[in-house]
Design a protein around this ligand. Structure first.
Ligand SMILES: Nc1ncnc2c1ncn2[C@@H]1O[C@H](COP(=O)(O)OP(=O)(O)OP(=O)(O)O)[C@@H](O)[C@H]1O
Ligand SMILES: [Mg+2]
Length: 398
């Protein structure tokens, strides 16, 4: 069919034509916004899930909900080793502008002062970085250089202003697991303080499945601070909807058999659903899309995923790291029956045993894979792939 009208959108953070299966999270967030605006106790929200399940897309949808509720909002994406001050200041600047009130200038001065403290751990050195805030930095608030103190002061001022205006502020943090430990800890402390004072500020985080472990390693009370929501693959009905609804807008139908076949191939993982949808659309002659169309398009979809989703990650690994990744993939199925679902994680001891090596001799490879984000550890002694079906991909490479 015409590639120009192809509605599907495989790609990181690409808004899908139909946001399927996320009504529960969207509704819960509307309730959160209402409760916080009314000064009711409420926890901040953290979305967790594997690569490509739709965390970024959902985070953006929640941000739209905050904007619709007339809140100020800002978003940042955490990067490994990168200090939080500047990206957070930029996000708060955006939120203050959305609130668009003359009074926000005072708070912007504090945002400015907060941002400027990033450099100058040794003294009161300030550099000329300017987040585009055309308000002079104030002194004496959020500029001590101690991240925890500064963040509590800053968000208290932000929350105070929002409360005065009868509105709220929502800050969205994508890839939250990549925040530095000191920043995570400061952010938890600030959320704790805000919720005790019932200030209308919410932090919404998104990250990989081990994010709750990262948070609780930082502050033991984090479990009570955040409402964790696991973002998972779509169930059959939602996956069908994600495919069929955008097609229907173009007067294209799927046969029931083609949808069943697509679910068998994608397992409902949103990225795969989009990639397959796109390939099948391009391959099909017309409506309705049949099982045969799906089978013909499958190699194209797999090739696309092999390069864009799996290959781009595999290429970042050194030969020693690749050996380790393959051993993980083989360990995951060794001993299991064919057709049995792959375990979510494997023990590092089992991987070492599989390679017939001493665990210590493998720690450099394992540590660099953790650093590169190609594996994660949600539990001591256990590791897993953040990318769904990565084990299967690696076994097929062999
Ligand atoms: N609910 C959904 N229904 C249909 N498609 C979706 C849904 N959520 C996400 N997608 C699609 O899945 C793909 C991945 O989405 P997104 O980038 O948000 O995932 P992610 O979890 O943030 O991944 P990563 O961890 O790699 O950042 C995109 O192509 C998007 O259009
Ligand atoms: Mg993302």
């Amino acid at each position: 069919m015409d590639p120009i009208t192809n509605p599907y959108a495989p790609g990181a953070g690409q808004r899908p034509p139909e946001l399927a299966g996320r009504d529960e999270q969207l509704t819960a967030f509307d309730v959160t916004l209402e409760r916080v605006a009314k000064g009711r106790p409420e926890r901040s929200v953290v979305l967790t899930g594997l690569r490509g399940v739709g965390k970024t897309v959902l985070l953006n949808a929640l941000r739209s909900a905050a904007v619709r509720a007339d809140w100020g909002s800002g978003k940042l994406e955490a990067r490994p080793e990168q200090p939080l001050r500047r990206p957070l200041a930029a996000a708060l600047h955006m939120a203050m502008r959305e609130l668009g009130h003359p009074q926000s200038d005072d708070v912007l001065g504090t945002v400015q002062a907060f941002a400027a403290r990033e450099i100058g751990t040794g003294g009161r050195v300030r550099d000329r970085w300017n987040p585009g805030i055309d308000v002079p930095a104030t002194t004496g608030r959020a500029d001590s250089g101690d991240m925890e103190i500064d963040l509590v002061e800053l968000l208290t001022d932000v929350g105070g202003l929002a409360a005065d205006l009868g509105r709220g502020v929502a800050i969205f943090v994508d890839e939250m697991q990549d925040l530095r430990p000191e920043d995570i800890s400061a952010l938890c402390a600030a959320c704790h303080e805000l919720s005790q004072n019932r200030l209308p500020v919410v932090v919404v985080g998104a990250g990989l499945p081990h994010l709750p472990a990262v948070l609780s390693a930082s502050k033991s009370y984090s479990e009570r601070l955040f409402r964790y929501s696991r973002i998972d693959r779509l169930d059959r009905a939602a996956a069908d909807q994600a495919l069929a609804s955008p097609a229907r807008d173009e007067d294209v139908e799927f046969t029931p058999g083609s949808l069943a076949e697509l679910y068998a191939m994608t397992a409902g993982y949103p990225y795969f659903v989009q990639a397959y949808g796109k390939a099948v659309w391009d391959a099909a002659a017309g409506s309705p899309v049949t099982v045969e169309d799906v089978r013909v398009a499958a190699p194209d979809a797999e090739a696309e995923l092999g390069v864009g989703f799996f290959g781009s990650r595999y290429e970042r690994a050194t030969p020693a790291e690749r050996e380790y990744l393959r051993a993980m993939a083989e360990t995951a199925v060794a001993g299991g029956d064919a057709g049995e679902p792959e375990p979510d994680s494997v023990t590092t001891a089992a991987v070492a045993a599989h390679l017939d090596r001493k665990p210590q001799s493998l720690s450099p490879a394992r540590d660099s894979l953790l650093k590169k984000g190609l594996i994660y550890s949600g539990e001591r002694g256990r590791i897993a792939f953040p990318v769904p079906h990565f084990g299967r991909y690696l076994r097929q490479q062999a």
